[in-house]
Design a protein around this ligand. Structure first.
Ligand code: GAR
Length: 207
């Protein structure tokens, strides 16, 4: 299966996918495109280092959001990707891309949805909010993407305990290492194997 990975920042989740295509559970998966919302994203260096084609598409560089959305959908279509993986991608996708790839876009979110999600809840912020609320577990969620933030069917979740003395940074690091870098490749594996179905906005996995 061919996939496109959308990024905005450091790209450690992209790296987890790349590593799994080399020596892990994604050996038959090809990353045909890395699309970044930022020209300075380190994820672009990771793509270049691994010979993966990349492109920067910022809505602000287009005459309208509609044109940005259309060109994005066309770019993914031309790449031949069958699945779009949002791996730390921080923009809201346009309606054309979302409808063209309906049930074929997944996102990783660094909290247990429906907690600490939605507009503005990205990066370190969900971890700050989780600690401020005093939750005893947090984690990560892979979900399908619709036109709203963090709103589509939940595919996989993994939790970790919040530990005494945790800071937003230590919690973020533990959730990345123990949750995100594991469940995002696993979600791609399940979809590639045809083990995921969606009915009435609920995702089901047949293992
Ligand atoms: C990850 O923690 C990801 O879950 C989060 O951004 C980080 C990107 O890190 N995504 C969101 O907050 C989306 N709402 P990375 O660039 O190193 O993969």
């Amino acid at each position: 299966m061919k996939i496109a990975v959308f990024v905005s920042g450091g790209g450690t989740n992209l790296q987890a996918i790349i590593d799994n295509t080399k020596t892990g559970i994604l050996k038959d998966i090809e990353i045909v495109l890395v699309l970044s919302s930022s020209p300075s994203a380190y994820a672009l260096t990771r793509a270049a280092d691994n010979g993966i084609p990349s492109v920067v598409m910022r809505a602000a560089d287009y005459p309208s959001r509609e044109q940005w959305d259309s060109e994005m959908a066309e770019c993914v279509q031309k790449s031949g990707a069958e699945l779009i993986v949002l791996a730390g991608y921080l923009s809201l996708l346009g309606p054309k891309t979302v409808s063209m790839y309906s049930n074929r876009i997944i996102n990783i979110h660094p909290a247990l949805i429906p907690s600490f999600c939605g507009a503005g809840m990205y990066g370190i912020k969900p971890h700050k909010a989780a600690l401020a609320r005093g939750v005893k577990v947090s984690g990560a969620t892979v979900h399908f993407v619709n036109e709203n933030y963090d709103d589509g069917p939940i595919l996989l979740q993994k939790s970790v305990d919040v530990l005494p003395g945790d800071t937003p940074e230590t919690l973020q690091k533990r959730i990345m290492q123990e949750c995100e870098w594991k469940i995002l490749p696993k979600a791609i594996r399940l979809i590639a194997d045809g083990k995921v179905s969606i009915e009435n906005n609920i995702a089901y996995v047949t293992e």
